[in-house]
Write a protein that binds this ligand. Sequence first.
Ligand SMILES: Nc1nc2c(ncn2[C@@H]2O[C@H](COP(=O)(O)OP(=O)(O)O)[C@@H](O)[C@H]2O)c(=O)[nH]1
Ligand SMILES: [Mg+2]
Length: 207
Amino acid sequence: MPFQGLFKWLLGFFRGRKTFSLGIYGNVNTGKSTLANRISMDWTGEAMSKVSEIPHETREVIKKERVSIRVDGKELTINLLDMPGIATKVDYHEFVDYGMSKDDAQQRAKEATKGVIEAIKWLEHVDIALVVMDACLDPYTQVNITILGNLEARNIPVIIVANKIDKKSAKPERIRAAFPQHHVVEVSALKGDNVNKLYEEIVKRAR
Ligand SMILES: Nc1nc2c(ncn2[C@@H]2O[C@H](COP(=O)(O)OP(=O)(O)O)[C@@H](O)[C@H]2O)c(=O)[nH]1
Ligand SMILES: [Mg+2]
C-alpha cells in the first residue's frame, strides 16, 4: 500500500522524527515473544504476542506500531516486530510429541515454514535487529550464524540478547565468546532483569 507508506512517512516527517522498525529475530523458543511482550508492556501497558513452550507458536510477523521509549531524556519511536522463529528443520512429528493431532501438527509445520520465509523477507524493513539466544544452549548453531550473516550483509545494526539468565544453567559468556563482533546484552525477558540496559543499547543504535 504505497499511500499508507507515504502517509506514515509524512506523519513521521512532520513530527520531526523517524520511526525505527525493531525486528526481534532468533531460533524458536529463545524467548522472542516474551521479550516483545516485556518491551510492549513496559512502554504501552499492553502485551502483544502469545508465548508457548511448543515451538513455532509465532508463525507470522506480529507488529506493535509506534511504541515510544524514553532513555536519558531521549525519546525514540519504534515499530516492534516479533518474528516467527527461524529454524533449519521443521518436522511435524515434533508437534505430535507435544500432544497435537497429526492434522494440526502438519498444519502448524506448514505455517511454521512459511513463517521462516516471512521473517527473512521482513529483513528489508528492519532498521535495528535484536537477535535473541537462549543463554542455556550452545550458541554455535547454523540458525544463529545464518541470521547474523544476513543482518551483517545488509548492514543492519545488531544487538545480541542473551536471554533466560534467570536460569541456573545460563552461560551468557559462551555467547560473548561465539560472537565477539557484536554487543551482547544479558537479560531475563521473563523476569525483566537488565532490560533497561537493552533499552539504552537500542537508543544508541537508532541514528
Ligand atoms: N526462565 C525463563 N524462561 C523464559 C524466558 N523467556 C522466555 N522463556 C520461556 O521460553 C519459552 C518460549 O518463549 P517464547 O517467548 O514463546 O519464545 P519464542 O518462540 O522465541 O517467541 C516459554 O516457555 C517462555 O516462558 C526467560 O527469560 N527466562
Ligand atoms: Mg514467538
